[in-house]
Design a protein around this ligand. Sequence first.
Ligand code: ZN
Ligand code: ZN
Length: 461
Amino acid sequence: MILETYGGAGFVTGSCHILRVNNKTILLDCGLFQGKEDKSGENTRFPFKGEEIDYVILSHGHIDHSGRIPYLIKNGFKGEVICTKATKDLCEVMLRDSGSIQEMECDIKNKNRERKGYKLLKPLYTEEDSKRALKYFRGIEYGEKIKLFQGVYIKLKDAGHLLGSAITEIYIDDIEDGEEKKLVYSGDIGNNHRPLIEDPSKINNGDYVIMECTYGDSYHEKEDYFKELMKIIKKTIERKGKVVIPCFSIGRTQEIIYILNNLVEKEEIKCKVFVDSPLAKKATEVFNKHSSDFDDEAKKLLRQGDNPLEFKGLVFTESKEESKAIRKYKEPAIILSSSGMCEGGRIKYHILNYLEEEKNSIVFVGYQSPGTLGRDILDKKEYVKILGKKISVLAEVHKVPGLSGHGDKRILLDWIESFQKKPRKIILVHGEEETRLAFKKELEKKGYCVLSPEKGCTIKL
Ligand SMILES: [Zn+2]
Ligand SMILES: [Zn+2]
């Protein structure tokens, strides 16, 4: 069998690896290039034809892993996309959203191009393309061993990174050399002890491992994120203020709802919680539908009759009118909205409404890139510009970084060292080049055989 590394080799986005085995071709993920890797039009090119691909095995719903599937289908793919059932449902939400973002961004660019008399662009794919793409998805259960074709079976195990995220075990009877081999694709490996979802599964064995290394050279700081968040909320409510939390609609929002549920059930807080994002509402429905994938703590709550994503006072707002009406609510409240870095979406309006009052708190739970509105507020600039208005930063500003979705160096090493026998080869992907080389050295010191292929490398396994 042959493995070709394509996206996510030496960098983080655009995850996609091509596996050619027993006369068929499988893609491991088919993600969107984002940020600097997207600049050169990389997203519009594939080093293969869509109809050449028989299967896509999708590790999880994040767009840097799933985001080019609708485009692959537009390019002639007619096979099956295999993932967990939760990933399939999350993709319905995420890919449709991604399609509508593609359309929106294309419209903005075209307005400019029209003025200059340039040829108009077409979006990579539309929301409608994403809707069509979902018909190709097949959701399977964790632990279910399924046959893809002659001599190739797969099994998915929980990766603990996002609801539905999976580590893929591929069992191969290679007709080329008559050997039996097992390939493991780690996908994104999660962090331990995160709310709602399980810790990453350990894998017993494998001959070849394609492994992520996002944080292969650093350790996460240990912080008590729940306690910190609770303190800020309690103080803000006592002084009759609003707590505004910018956060991503899928994953982080449900995590915060879970924490707030805990506080409400224990009667530590009594106020309304507005989740102002239609995307978050849909994603929360998917989480509820797949509560069988939750960790033991969340399942215990469910058994006791407490749905951890539902409590008295929790309000999801969908329409623009409902969103605007939040401003008229005079009592203390908590508002969750996206985007996480305040660059777009409804959060901007909430920041505009509440930033100029000292009794309010703005709480950042994720990383804020330099140059974003979120970062400017976090850096406590005297003024920020929102929707053309100059606004003073008077509310309290807090940074409470939640637990990272990725395991750090310790977790990655524990994961690979839990294999009963050292794999024959580890192929490192999904990491910035410097990090990848540092992690490679670390593994080599422990006696592993490690490859760090460039994009476009062909490896015979
Ligand atoms: Zn991910
Ligand atoms: Zn990723």
